[in-house]
Design a protein around this ligand. Structure first.
Ligand code: ATP
Ligand code: MG
Length: 391
């Protein structure tokens, strides 16, 4: 049987002259994700990517699973391709669905004809196929509104395709079409969600993590790496930077007023992240902050962090409630890892009474009590990088 997977494009179809480059990027991403599963023929036509296994023995469930996580695809389904001939279409549909139809009570055939040269209209073909199925499976009833089984038949330029109702894909636009951002990745719930939200809009995401051994453990770092690996099922390959942050945190504690600890730490994180971004041709910074979630995420606090920023800072979770962020983290599979109880450098030396309405000049004065520049340089120099990918 000529089995394949149809992946329907989302917003790509709205693109004008540069649609080709979006399609190319999508093909590249799909090819990379499927490479470990065998050889595949990929073809793009009529706003759809046709994915066929060339060895014939690929695990098509696993292929579906990976394609569900590729941004740029809105709907997908396993299908059987057949010649555009009513007899052949019927015999394939009957064979493919006979087991299911034997135990079902109701069904419906839904047809779509984009090849207008095909002699039957969509309703005519649906009536023809449905009528024959009723004859061959006498226990069945047609139910157009709540059928137990829906058989879809599409008549396209390249052939007829028989399949179930397509399932939802990841949506968005292909990773690699919107530039690069450096995500401040903690071990929490929010930042992995922020990273995937940006990837969904085509951004290639790199991650930067600040660690403070011995206050934070090796296992805490491993947890963040596992988060990045999970994210990469959606984001593709992630360049993962690890910054040694202990000395900086200790000097903040030793030299600056406690109420500003977190804000100064954030500003220094931003400074280091920007230097790493600049060295690596990354155009923007991203965080998992959500407005008003904690003291360091009030608007006044963000004003003091953004004052040290020379590049755009994206905060995709800014308008989401915690519950909404958690829903997304479940969906992308990071939630279970995020809730593992490991320490983060942010929770070391947290002030008892953080300022929720800090004034920029006060924060600058507090930070000015110590010259952090040599430590910033040292941290940037000692930052390590590795590539992380799920497959
Ligand atoms: P998250 O769930 O993403 O950890 P949070 O609600 O716990 O967020 P904070 O811990 O205040 O919030 O962190 C706010 C943002 O700062 C995070 O979303 C992340 O982008 C960044 N961040 C915090 N700690 C680190 C870290 N150790 N390394 C890199 N980025 C960090
Ligand atoms: Mg956190």
């Amino acid at each position: 049987m000529n089995e394949l997977i149809l992946c329907k494009y989302g917003e790509i179809v709205l693109k004008g002259l540069n649609r080709g480059s979006f399609e190319n990027e999508l093909m590249k991403n799909v090819r990379r994700r499927l490479k470990p599963l065998g050889k595949f023929d990929l073809r793009s036509a009529q706003s759809t990517l046709y994915v066929r296994s060339l060895d014939g023995n690929a695990d098509m469930d696993e292929v579906m699973d990976r394609l569900k996580k590729v941004y740029g695809i809105t709907k997908l389904c396993k299908a059987i391709g057949v010649e555009k001939d009513v007899e052949k279409i019927y015999s394939v549909a009957k064979e493919r669905y006979s087991e299911i139809l034997k135990s079902a009570k109701s069904f419906k055939v839904s047809c779509k004809r984009s090849d207008k040269k095909f002699p039957l209209t969509s309703p005519e073909l649906a009536a023809e196929l449905g009528g024959r199925l009723l004859e061959d499976f006498p226990g069945l009833k047609v139910d157009l509104f709540e059928p137990e089984v829906t058989i879809v038949c599409e008549i396209r330029d390249g052939g007829a395709y028989i399949h179930d109702i397509p399932i939802d894909g990841a949506g968005g636009i292909p990773v690699g079409t919107s530039g690069r951002a450096l995500l401040l990745l903690s071990g929490g719930i929010d930042s992995p969600v922020a990273g995937c939200m940006l990837a969904k809009r085509g951004v290639m995401v790199s991650a930067i993590h600040f660690e403070s051994p011995p206050y934070t453990s090796e296992r805490a770092l491993m947890k963040v790496e596992r988060l990045a690996k999970k994210m990469s099922e959606y984001c593709g390959m992630i360049n993962f930077f690890t910054v040694p942050f202990t000395k900086i945190q200790e000097e903040i504690r030793n030299n600056c007023p406690e109420e500003f600890f977190t804000l100064i730490m954030r500003r220094l994180m931003m400074e280091i992240a920007q230097r790493i971004a600049e060295k690596n041709s990354i155009q923007a910074i991203a965080t998992g902050e959500s407005l008003g979630q904690v003291a360091s995420q009030t608007m006044a606090a963000m004003v003091t962090t953004d004052a040290v920023c020379r590049m755009p800072v994206f905060r995709p979770c800014i308008g989401l409630d915690k519950k909404e962020i958690i829903d997304i983290s479940y969906k992308i599979g990071t939630f279970e890892i995020s809730i593992e109880p490991y320490e983060d450098c942010c929770t070391v030396f947290t002030p008892k009474h953080p300022k929720t309405k800090p004034v920029l000049s006060d924060v600058e004065a507090a930070q000015g009590m110590f010259d952090f520049e040599p430590l910033i340089r040292e941290a940037v120099e000692n930052t390590s990088v590795k590539t992380i990918r799920a497959y």
